[in-house]
Design a protein around this ligand. Sequence first.
Ligand code: NAP
Length: 594
Amino acid sequence: MPTLLCVPILVQDESAAMADAVAARDSGADVVEFRVDEFFSGVQDAAGNLDVREVNGILRLVAECPLPCIVTCRSATEGGHYDGDEMARVALYERLGTAGERRGADAPGDAVGKEKPPRSGGPPGGHPPRYLDFEMSAYATSANLRQKVHLAVDWPEERREGRSGLILSMHDFQGRPADLLRRVAAMGREEAARVVKVAITARSLRDNLELFDLLRENASGKPTIALGMGKFGLMSRVLAPKFGGYLTFASLRAQSATAPGQPTVREMLDVYRFRSIGPKTKVYGVVGWPVDHSLSPLVHNAGFEAIGHDGVYLPLPIAADEKEPGGETTYLSFKATLEALLEYPGLDLAGLSVTMPFKEHLVRWCGESRDAGTVTSWDRQACAVGAANTVWVDGGVVEVANTDARAIEVLLEGALGQFSGKNAAIIGAGGVARAAVWACASRGAAVTVYNRTRERAEKLAGEMQDGPRRQFERAIQVAELAELEASRADVVINCTSVGMVGGVGGSEPEGMAAPVERMTQLPEHAVFMETVYRPVETPMLRAAKARGFRTIDGVQMFVEQAALQFEMWTGKPGPRGLFERICREAIAAREGGG
Ligand code: NAP
């Protein structure tokens, strides 16, 4: 059975909740979950009756909902808002589960996804929700309470066709309980449970793999929802169909998420192509820290769609040590995560883009793995550059490459033709600068590296020049940033984050990486190339255009390096036009606050 896509709706106002349910249907969801824990107070009168307006409001929502629904009154102890009387909560469930004595037309039926006609403002009591969700921690407290819950739901000991099914759930907002497997099995053993739900806080990508284990091995023996909350848990939400998850949640709007890390329905359907994910779908992703704003998932998923490739591309964050991103702690967590993903059975990891701060770590890992004989083939460029941005897994063979370097080569070739005898000014001495130096120097250009921290530039030049396989025709020169003014370069490449808006290192959005107006010795045909792509037109590019120089912007580089990755992974031409359109639109939307 295909995994259901469920939109949670935090009910505060009845008509707003109904409008959201209609919007959820229109956006392509299968199910909605009415979270009534803010709406339902649990207040009872002296005779023990529930507030009739609250109960009738919820009954009306269920009766008029255009999609099958779950009703959940989530306890404050498990991340919800309800902190009222427990028996009042169970009484609400009983009222909902037994709604409408008549069976037949009003019964919820088994075919989730089948619409019911909306009934404008009709009297409450039409039919029970498809499911009621109750936490295992509460369910386990007393036999009396369990007995009352059983009255509300259909369960095997006493079949009550047409009543709600029970979702037994557990949530951990701190992490993952040590006895997760035991708890899931225990929930599955409860006869009344129709579905078992577990939501943990994923502390790293590896926690998702444990959730996949629960699904693959059917640890509960029942249909199971197994989700990781937080930014590390997205993988479990999107890949639920690959591992047979019963249902996954997606919010209607980014602001209406009911759990941390919940994607929107539009992201699920349009970006991740949720409906096309199945057991054989290959998994790709971008590994970095942070990766929240990466454009790579947008372009690669659209590319897979365009060529009909059965793949999905995800953001895959690996936390880096903030104080020392290049250090040992970061490397060890990168290595452990990468190896866990590569080795996980059934994940079908087929390719990775690797970004800051792991590009150098990937080269180190590759060297160590090769020495250990476990991996690998890597290309000469990645090795020579000392940084790599691409992993490709094919038939158990792991390959590593640097498409940044190749992208710079391709773009400069288009602009300059021959490199040999040309002068290149590379600004910066980080990972991208390495790729740029390699691209230019290996084709015979005379390269000068200009960097804020001179020692770093000298280190780069020394390492790239002196390595056994790094023989360039001309020695790489190092100069002060101030000397750029006297440059006679045919090509000037900004490989710093100067000029970038937001993001890591985007500290000088108004800054000019090169003093274009004062660079009076440049030849007329000089080309300015930018690696920063937010904004598309940086102050440096704007000034270069104003002086009539040719320019290559950071989007062109991004598109080229991504297209080269796409070609490695799929064997098909990278759809550069599509990638470029998506990038420019996404950047424009973000610049406009969208
Ligand atoms: P990195 O390794 O952190 O290196 C950053 C470089 O920028 C260093 O040389 C640093 O100088 C210099 N720098 C930073 N702030 C500066 C400032 N205020 N003034 C002068 N120099 C400054 O970063 P990276 O991985 O090479 O990435 C560099 C840029 O390329 C980033 O903006 C990134 O977004 C972009 N990029 C683009 C693409 C694409 O496809 N278009 C791909 C990858 C990266 P110090 O050595 O003195 O610290």
